[in-house]
Structure formats: structure tokens, C-alpha cells
Write a protein that binds this ligand. Structure first.
Ligand SMILES: Cc1cc2nc3c(=O)[nH]c(=O)nc-3n(C[C@H](O)[C@H](O)[C@H](O)COP(=O)(O)O)c2cc1C
Length: 201
């Protein structure tokens, strides 16, 4: 990659998820800025097919309970230990933003496009946080469905819960390792005029 391109694309190229977050969350103004950035994503038909639920402070208990309840709904033999493990996910960061794909099954835009757009909003949250110097990592649970989650996250019947983004301070002592270069060969093909997609070169 040319250096000038590396410089221009630095916000994307330097973003890294932060696993261990400090216990001071973003300010209200930072959360507001992150949310505004997240709704600029590609959105076919301008459906705004997402709902973002900000979870902070004691509200994390309710979110954790919903995660645990989803585990129990999926599996009646769910142990207390597993439930506690899911509950604790809500306390891994001071602030969480849950990402819900708000699906309108009757819209002209296909459901998969609506989910894709909502997923872009999730990515935009992580990118906006990175640009503000706020640590972020997208998380999920093995049990993402169920009545408790629907109620807690104000989800409609066709909506899909896409997980949540943990937000918090980036620890000062955090080991900084640059992202390993990704070999594009197995990923990228170029379509030839003959209609065949090939590895470049
Ligand atoms: C929808 C979604 C759910 C994810 N869930 C988890 C998770 O539950 N636990 C986890 O460690 N990483 C999860 N990840 C991956 C991390 O967010 C992160 O992308 C990964 O650790 C790679 O780090 P990077 O973003 O710096 O490349 C998830 C990513 C996505 C897109």
C-alpha cells in the first residue's frame, strides 16, 4: 500500500478491538457522537434498520439478566454457573451499546440487506470509538434469541439481536501490537471480461 494511502486510511487501518477495558465509560457527549456516526452507514431505502440500546451503570444488571434468561430459554438444563457467566458479560465494560437489526419483513428491501446495514452500524460504532480514543470491542452471546432479550431490548417480532459493543477506557499499559498484514490472495478475485473471477497477477 502506498504511504499516502496508509495515512489517508489510518482511522480504519489502526483500529483494533480493546479486550480489557478500563472502568470509566465514554462521556455522554462521546456516546452522542458515536451514535451519530453510526447512523451514517450504507442503508438501502433509508429504512434505518437498526436500534441501538445504550446500557450503562446499573442497567447492565438488567442486560446481564436478559442474557442469562436467553440461555435458560434456549436450554432448560442451563446451569446457574453458565447463567452467571452470561450475566458477567454485561459487566466487562462500563458502557455497552446493543445492536439490533430492526427488520421490516414487508419492506421492498430484502431482510439480508437490512441485517447487513445494521451490522455496518455496529462496525461504525467501533470505528467512531477508535477515532475518539475510546476502547471498543464487539461482543455476542451464544444465546441471542428469546423473550427476555426481546423485552429488554425493545425488539419487534422479526428483529435480530446482533450483539453489543463494549466501550471503555483504553488501559495505559495496554500492549500495542500492530495488526498483522493480511494476505489478500485467498480473499480477492478480479472478474475478467471472459466472466471468470481470478486471483490477480
Ligand atoms: C457480530 C460479532 C460478534 C462478536 N462477538 C465476539 C465475542 O463474543 N467475543 C469475542 O472475543 N469477540 C467477538 N467478536 C470479535 C471481536 O469484536 C473482534 O473483532 C476480534 O477480537 C478481532 O479484533 P479486531 O477487531 O481488533 O480485529 C465479534 C465480532 C462480531 C462482528
Amino acid at each position: 500500500m502506498l504511504q499516502e494511502h496508509e495515512i489517508a486510511l489510518a482511522p480504519l487501518l489502526t483500529r483494533q478491538s480493546v479486550k480489557a477495558l478500563g472502568d470509566v465509560g465514554p462521556t455522554a457527549a462521546e456516546i452522542d457522537a458515536i451514535l451519530h456516526a453510526s447512523v451514517t452507514v450504507p442503508d438501502h431505502g433509508t429504512l434505518r434498520p437498526w436500534r441501538l440500546v445504550v446500557v450503562e451503570g446499573e442497567a447492565r444488571r438488567a442486560f446481564g439478566e436478559a442474557l442469562a434468561a436467553a440461555g435458560r430459554e434456549a436450554n432448560p438444563g442451563f446451569t446457574d454457573e453458565l447463567a452467571e457467566r452470561l450475566r458477567s458479560k454485561a459487566f466487562a465494560a462500563p458502557t455497552l451499546i446493543a445492536v439490533v437489526a430492526r427488520i421490516d419483513p414487508d419492506a421492498k428491501i430484502a431482510v439480508w440487506e437490512q441485517v447487513a446495514s445494521a451490522a455496518c452500524a455496529g462496525y461504525a460504532i467501533t470505528l467512531a470509538a477508535h477515532q475518539l480514543g475510546v476502547g471498543a470491542i464487539w461482543k455476542s452471546s451464544p444465546h441471542q434469541e428469546g423473550e427476555a432479550l426481546r423485552r429488554t431490548l425493545d425488539m419487534g417480532p422479526a428483529d435480530q439481536f446482533l450483539g453489543w459493543v463494549n466501550l471503555g477506557q483504553i488501559p495505559v499499559e495496554r500492549p500495542t501490537s500492530s495488526r498483522a498484514a493480511v494476505d489478500l490472495t485467498p480473499i480477492v478475485r478480479h472478474l475478467g471480461a471472459d466472466g471468470l473471477a481470478r486471483v490477480a497477477g
